[in-house]
Unconditional design. Structure first.
Length: 347
């Protein structure tokens, strides 16, 4: 099946009208959105054969157009839900409200996050800024620095806070990675500024934008829906951040680069990222599960990412969203993943 603009568009935007209707009216629309994002995507992935190769990729202009549309959708949904869930539409503390919160949080954590991740790797300044502001709105702006400067440089080594270790539970990883990536990204930005003679507290330090922008986003929620709106914003952002952390945890669990005699680490290759060749979740998450190719070619557009050949890279036993759910249960996670991880650690 081709990775066409239409396929990505339908997969990512299908739940949008149901989320909007659910925010205003509640009822069946909420449950259709939640069903699609969870059971439908997982079910299709189980029954549609895993993909090894695709047809022609979509044009670059189409790929960027969808990314920009998804940025607009992100901000519209975020502030619509701040308004609705705070009591002006479908209230959070109701059955429909909890389902709407879950569906929206999953959209922000899986689609908006994947899209922002795509954009911060773009060469065009406007596209990079759009990705940054998506992360800032999720109160996670530092990821726009920590991900390209730290994670892509030090992935699968002890120097990368976002590479999960063998037998490390997700909950231990979450505490270590959130704080560690914030600090590592800040150090990387300070080093970069120092190299051109700029002080750490210069307005050119993006961390000032990350913190100030997050405050501005929360202030916008305050204006829209008062302190309840701020609380809803914090909850949605936290839910989205947890999913981003789950993605990092799953896609690098237990994989390590060998340290060489000179103290450096071997180059990154396909063996250092877990992949998931499943069809619908790959469309839904803009090919984020094709992680090895992304690390090999960070600037490559999502429509052009390939699934590694069988045996050339680690493959997850289930689709990425399913594996993220399993990661919430450490004993089950180790039972499912450790045999696969141990096999690749010995290669």
């Amino acid at each position: 099946m081709p990775r066409s603009f239409l396929a990505f568009t339908l997969a990512t935007l299908f739940p949008l009208p149901f989320l909007v209707a659910g925010a205003i009216f509640g009822g069946w629309a909420v449950w259709i959105a939640l069903f699609y994002i969870t059971l439908f995507v997982a079910g299709v992935d189980e029954f549609v054969p895993a993909m090894d190769r695709d047809g022609e990729a979509a044009d670059d202009e189409d790929a960027d157009l969808l990314s920009l549309v998804l940025v607009g959708v992100h901000f519209f949904l975020l502030f619509l839900m701040v308004w609705a869930l705070s009591g002006h539409g479908t209230r959070l503390f109701s059955l429909d409200g909890l389902a709407l919160f879950a569906a929206t949080g999953l959209f922000l954590g899986q689609v908006s996050n994947s899209n922002a991740h795509e954009l911060i790797h773009r060469g065009a300044r406007g596209l990079r800024r759009a990705g940054k502001w998506v992360y800032i709105s999720l109160l996670f702006g530092h990821h726009a620095s920590a991900h390209p400067l730290v994670h892509h440089t030090h992935v699968a080594t002890p120097k990368d806070p976002n590479s999960s270790r063998m037998n490390e539970s997700f909950y231990s990883f979450l505490r270590r990675a959130w704080v560690g990536s914030f600090r590592a990204g800040l150090r990387a930005e300070e080093t970069r500024l120092a190299q051109v003679g700029i002080g750490r507290w210069s307005m050119r330090n993006p961390y000032i934008l990350y913190v100030g922008g997050a405050a501005a986003m929360l202030f916008a929620s305050l204006l829209i829906a008062g302190w309840r709106g701020v609380a809803v914003h914090l909850l949605l952002a936290s839910f989205a951040q947890i999913q981003l952390m789950l993605s990092d945890y799953v896609q690098h669990y237990g994989l390590e680069r060998r340290e060489l005699e000179n103290g450096a680490f071997e180059p990154v290759d396909a063996r250092h990222s877990w992949n998931a060749p499943h069809w619908l979740s790959s469309l839904w998450m803009l090919n984020a599960p094709r992680h090895s190719d992304h690390h090999a070619h960070p600037a490559k557009r999502y429509t052009a990412l390939d699934v590694p050949e069988r045996g050339a890279a680690p493959m997850l036993p289930h689709a990425l969203p399913v594996m993220a759910c399993i990661a919430l249960y450490p004993k089950l996670w180790r039972k499912v993943m450790n045999p696969h991880a141990e096999a690749w650690r010995s290669v």
